[in-house]
Design a protein around this ligand. Structure first.
Ligand SMILES: [Fe+2]
Ligand SMILES: [Fe+2]
Length: 326
């Protein structure tokens, strides 16, 4: 269980600290019945059998969570691909893991393409994580609806799902028009509330973030929504390596940051398991965002600091917003 630092309830909190992990691929397919594999899942199963079960390591994920626990975070964001092929057994394993990790109010989850591997009855799969995925307003919802919106201290955590089933050998993502329309409304509303808006999405939304077969199909429409309504930070996973970009819009430069897989043992140092910790610091005129990146060091079996970055982002005042057409 992660010891989350409580968030002050009186709106006086100036610094909000949260951690971001992604792509733990933590499930085992050992007990998945064969009847579940008579479709595209057989390819994912073979990939797990031959490779993935050896490189996505539960012991490394455990070490990462222990290290993260020492960082005094107030919230944890998990941006998808918790399973390998999204079977009911795997989703139950993930639910058990989440329950051990901490309360749903302190952990926000969005799905990845591996969690939506084929078209399926979601009540048996990712809806098992509903309490970790739903927004503040839908806490009793029987069915997950994205985008989700959670407010924690000065921050709005906006979960966008790009997880859709795809043809064999493809790992593309799609947000869809309905979600993009709702996203525009949420960004407008949270901007008027003066919140620091974090968008969590599994697929990297920049053109060069992914290979063709792994890309976000409607990334251009996503970027035009961001261009119109802004955001302060966009976080993603999917690539299994750390990446830091900037999305330049009409009136801001928005950090777009991808995190490594939370469990990967790779011969490439940079691809080895890692996680990021962010401090969002509000002053009267701007936001200061500090990022610390930690990566797995195989020699010491510990997580060491990989990178530190700082961003200063404009903080919109009410006078900037009133009368403005968004
Ligand atoms: Fe992944
Ligand atoms: Fe993925």
């Amino acid at each position: 269980m992660i010891n989350f630092v409580p968030i002050s309830q009186d709106n006086t909190q100036q610094v909000f600290r949260f951690a971001h992990i992604s792509d733990p691929h933590l499930s085992s397919l050992k007990d998945v019945p064969w009847r579940e594999l008579l479709n595209k899942r057989i390819l994912g199963y073979l990939s797990w059998r031959l490779s993935r079960r050896h490189i996505h390591r539960r012991d490394i994920l455990k070490a990462l969570i222990e290290d993260l626990d020492s960082r005094q975070a107030q919230h944890l964001l998990i941006s998808g691909d918790l399973t390998h092929i999204g079977t009911p057994i795997e989703c139950q394993q993930v639910k058990n893991w989440l329950n051990e990790l901490g309360p749903a109010s302190d952990i926000s989850v969005i799905p990845g393409n591996h969690d939506a591997y084929i078209k399926t009855d979601k009540s048996q799969t990712t809806d098992l994580w509903a309490s970790y995925m739903d927004g503040d307003a839908e806490s009793k919802a029987a069915k997950m609806v994205f985008p989700s919106l959670r407010q924690r201290g000065p921050v709005a955590i906006i979960g966008v799902s790009s997880a859709v089933p795809t043809a064999p050998f493809f790992a593309t993502g799609r947000i869809g028009n309905k979600q993009l329309e709702l996203l525009a409304q949420i960004l407008k509303q949270t901007r008027e509330q003066g919140l620091f808006r974090i968008i969590a999405i599994h697929h990297g939304p920049l053109v060069d973030s992914n290979k063709f077969r792994k890309r976000l199909i409607d990334s251009e429409r996503f970027r035009s929504v961001i261009n119109a309504h802004g955001a302060e930070l966009i976080l993603h996973g999917h690539g299994h390596y750390p990446v830091s970009d900037i999305l330049i819009t009409a009136d801001a430069e928005i950090p777009v940051i991808g995190v490594a897989s939370a469990s990967l043992l790779s011969s490439s140092k940079i691809k080895r398991a890692g996680y990021n910790v962010y401090d969002v610091n509000a002053s009267s005129s701007d936001w200061k965002l500090q990022m610390q990146s930690f990566g797995y060091d195989q020699g010491t079996d510990k997580f060491l600091t990989r990178e530190e970055k700082e961003f200063v982002l404009p903080r919109l005042q009410n006078s900037d917003i009133s009368g403005q057409t968004l």
